[in-house]
Design a protein around this ligand. Structure first.
Ligand code: HEM
Length: 144
């Protein structure tokens, strides 16, 4: 649902841009999404890894493929400073850390990152930033 909504919002903005984007620019901006007419955009074979778009990333905590990092703020911290254990299931959003509140809750799911498959040790990009730089990047990520 989220990816459809974000796709529609992005395509609407692209269509309304002034001055208008060329067809080639629009295709580049839309990336792998379906075009407005429903057909698929086939990207050129770049022989390179193309990271997935982070549109709407503020709304999809917890992060990484296994949901092992509760907030964007923590994703920008070195892995040994990220929560070892947190709780999933609250609907209360934390605008400072960009994620849902993840403290203890009776009905919450206890996520232990020390268990096999739950590790949070990946994605160290951006983790050596200063606190000010980290907060600036966080503000940028909120806008996607
Ligand atoms: C400071 C720079 C970066 C930022 C802010 C950033 C941000 C993010 C975020 C927010 C996610 C979580 C996506 C999700 O959970 O849905 C993510 C995942 C990912 N990023 Fe980055 N990224 C950065 C640099 C990079 C670089 C340089 C690479 C590749 C060389 C990369 C490759 C990936 C991959 C493969 C994932 C998926 C990991 C997983 O699901 O476990 N990122 N990134």
């Amino acid at each position: 649902m989220l990816s459809i909504l974000v796709g529609v919002a992005v395509q609407d903005s692209i269509k309304q841009a002034q001055p208008p984007f060329t067809a080639a620019q629009s295709a580049e901006l839309i990336g792998y999404r379906k075009k407005a007419d429903g057909s698929s955009y086939t990207p050129p074979n770049l022989l390179a890894y193309r990271a997935r778009p982070l549109d709407g990333i503020w709304a999809t905590a917890p992060y990484l493929h296994n949901g092992s990092v509760p907030s964007l703020y923590e994703l920008l911290l070195p892995p040994n400073e990220r929560s070892r254990v947190f709780y999933v299931g609250k609907r209360e959003f934390d605008t400072d850390t960009v994620g849902f509140k993840s403290g203890w809750s009776r009905d919450g799911f206890r996520f232990d990152t020390r268990l096999p498959g739950n590790h949070n040790s990946g994605h160290t990009y951006g983790t050596e930033l200063t606190e000010d730089q980290r907060l600036d990047l966080l503000e940028f990520l909120k806008t996607l």
